[in-house]
Design a protein around this ligand. Structure first.
Ligand SMILES: [Zn+2]
Ligand SMILES: [Zn+2]
Ligand SMILES: [Zn+2]
Length: 96
């Protein structure tokens, strides 16, 4: 099983905004929202045309985000290209 050495970047964060921070500023729209587990930045997913969550990683190197769509409990480590299981939010694990 793949491992992720970035789990100490997962903090108890709250989304800073109620939508994608950059899209809200631009007056643009998004498809799904992702939460940066390092700093609480909310960004739009890769299906959104502005892909702000991925851009946030490239700018900040904050490695881990999770989906904040209702009912979704998965996350992603950008450094490892690894899916994470966030059913226990304080202790995410690499997904099987
Ligand atoms: Zn990782
Ligand atoms: Zn966006
Ligand atoms: Zn961040």
């Amino acid at each position: 099983m793949q491992r992720c050495s970035h789990l100490d970047h997962v903090h108890r964060v709250h989304g800073k905004t109620h939508g994608c921070e950059e899209c809200l500023k631009m007056g643009d729209s998004w498809v799904h929202l992702r939460l940066c587990m390092e700093c609480g930045h909310v960004g739009c997913c890769d299906d959104s045309k502005n892909t702000h969550a991925t851009k946030h990683f490239h700018h900040t190197k904050h490695p881990i985000m999770r989906s904040i769509e209702p009912g979704e409990e998965w996350g992603w480590c950008y450094e490892d290209d690894l899916m994470l299981d966030f059913r226990d939010p304080a202790h995410p694990q690499p997904a099987e």
